[in-house]
Ligand binder design. Structure first.
Ligand code: I3S
Length: 130
């Protein structure tokens, strides 16, 4: 029997394509820059990878998919639907970290954004208990 909270049984995982933009860092507003990202949830951390289309010359798209653009620690984070003032897009989630960074996460397909909402909320809850 293991009490290791980092065991795979307590860690939720998911990966897929999402649209995202960072909108604040350490409480300071940033200019929106919507872009598609290969997004990975693993070990309580959400990682947004750069769009391979914008990879620097000479960098293979495979390498680029491994290089993270943003890594977001979900412990202590909050997730909610963004208000209409935050974005004119549909299905926008607002993710706020405990360090004052904010991200908007969006996908037109309801079921896809709902799956991400559920697994991020479940992860935040799980991290809160441990
Ligand atoms: O909050 P804003 O300024 O209406 O966000 C829009 C801008 O980021 C815009 O870029 P430019 O400022 O370069 O035009 C984007 O193209 C829009 O997508 C942003 O608004 P939405 O409502 O799509 O988040």
């Amino acid at each position: 029997y293991s009490t290791d909270s980092h065991s795979h049984h307590s860690s939720l995982e998911k990966a897929g394509i999402l649209n995202k933009t960072k909108v604040a860092e350490n409480g300071k507003r940033l200019r929106k820059n919507w872009a598609q990202s290969w997004t990975v949830l693993h070990d309580g951390v959400l990682t947004f990878h750069k769009d391979p289309k914008f990879a620097p010359a000479g960098m293979s798209s495979k390498t680029n998919q491994i290089v993270p653009e943003y890594t977001v620690e979900l412990k202590g984070a909050t997730l909610s639907w963004a208000s209409k003032e935050k974005s004119s897009k549909k299905n926008v989630l607002e993710l706020k970290t405990r360090h004052g960074s904010e991200y908007l996460i969006q996908y037109d397909t309801d079921s896809i954004i709902q799956d991400w909402q559920k697994i991020i909320l479940d992860t935040i809850k799980l991290l809160h208990e441990h």
